[in-house]
Design a protein. Structure first.
Length: 389
């Protein structure tokens, strides 16, 4: 974000010292202490968030495992229930027409979504009784305002937390890939909790039969998570490469993903029965048919995005000039701390000590610095990563 210039700064000569009058730079020990605190604050917050997520996840998994009969068998069925989601995430990965994403970034995103799901679980559990007390409208509000946006937000956070900041996240479509992986991580732990909870409620039915029953249902629910978060991730990737309105782009992606998610949650309880009655189908068949049809619509939206990107990539022959080893233009992204700096003088004439455009004081020929650049999607950063996430 371009900063304005104070009238005093605009009128003063370059020889005037305006420190803490209209300009500021770290000079005193207190100044340097303030800079050091600010630069370490957000990494510390990130560490606290990650630690809390891990602790919550361990507690949730431990509580889910207590009282679960034949736990290894049940855990195996829970893992198998994630295979359809894994296959769909694999499709999105293959559909990336640019370079394939590093496996360690894929693994980190999966792990982050796996643990960040605990935040959604806590919020959902706390909010559900409050909304259900309001009756049917409360249930609608619960899925529209809490479950869908909250779950999509934590999945997007898993992407934004780490992979997004890496310089190898260098194309819009990369957002869809990491979003799909985040959806897989979320679906994996959600399936585990649902499967163990369902088996614990078994009365007369054999444990294996109960595990097979719920695992089959969860296998159908998992791909939806991949689709929704891949959509949100695509828009996050788009936001990384636009100059303005980055926050609005992210909000749009979240709104679309949460809209599909909420619509699924609100209709899955009755729509399959209506479909089965209309077509004379068995309840299980109608359930599967409805889920496949719904995922087909949501997935079709995602596929259109992926194919439009692929078509544009090939039409402009982007692969001819694309060099993944070259850092992405620093004015377009929040550069990672390890990313090589971009030569600010490569495409522009040297700057004077005072800019006429953005109000930043500059060293001769050097790039501008914005020490508040970590607060907004719309901020432009240059040499450093002040990103709060």
């Amino acid at each position: 974000m371009n900063r304005g210039r104070d009238p005093v700064e605009r009128a003063a000569s370059d020889d005037d010292d305006l420190q803490e009058v209209a300009t500021w730079e770290p000079r005193t020990r207190l100044d340097r202490l303030a800079v050091g605190f600010y630069e370490r604050l957000f990494p510390a917050v990130r560490g606290v968030v990650l630690s809390a997520a891990v602790l919550f996840t361990v507690a949730i998994l431990f509580a889910s495992s207590i009282g679960t009969p034949q736990l290894p068998v049940v855990a195996a069925f829970a893992a198998l229930s994630a295979i359809p989601a894994l296959a769909l995430a694999g499709y999105v990965y293959v559909a990336d027409v640019t370079t394939k994403e590093p496996l360690h970034l894929i693994g980190a995103t999966f792990a982050l979504a796996f643990v960040f799901a605990s935040f959604a679980a806590i919020v959902n559990t706390a909010a559900e009784p409050l909304f259900r007390a309001l009756g049917a409208l409360g249930i609608v509000g619960y899925y529209l305002l809490i479950v869908a946006p909250g779950e999509e937000l934590v999945k997007l956070l898993a992407v934004r937390f780490y992979a997004y900041r890496d310089p190898r996240f260098d194309a819009v479509v990369d957002g869809a890939v990491y979003g799909a992986v985040a959806g897989l991580g979320f679906a994996t732990i959600e399936n585990a909790i649902y499967v163990t909870g369902f088996v614990q409620q078994a009365t007369t039915a054999p444990v294996v039969d109960r595990a097979i029953d719920i695992a089959q249902r969860r296998a159908l629910a998992g791909p939806g998570h991949v689709i929704y978060s891949a959509i949100a991730g695509y828009y996050l990737g788009l936001a990384k490469f636009v100059d303005d309105h980055r926050g609005a782009v992210v909000v749009k992606g979240l709104a679309i993903a949460a809209g599909f998610h909420a619509l699924y949650n609100l209709t899955i309880g009755f729509a399959p029965a209506i479909l089965g009655a209309a077509l004379g189908l068995d309840p299980i068949v109608s359930f599967v048919l409805y889920v496949v049809a719904f995922d087909g619509v949501a997935g079709g939206f995602l596929v259109v995005k992926l194919y439009r990107y692929r078509d544009a990539y090939r039409r402009v022959d982007a692969g001819r000039t694309y060099d993944p080893s070259t850092p992405v233009d620093a004015t377009e992204i929040d550069p990672a701390t390890n990313a090589p700096s971009v030569d600010a003088g490569a495409d522009h004439a040297p700057q004077s000590a005072r800019s006429d455009g953005d109000g930043e004081r500059r060293d001769e020929g050097g790039p501008s610095r914005d020490d508040d650049a970590g607060w907004s999607f719309d901020d432009d950063t240059t040499d450093r990563d002040d990103d709060p996430w």
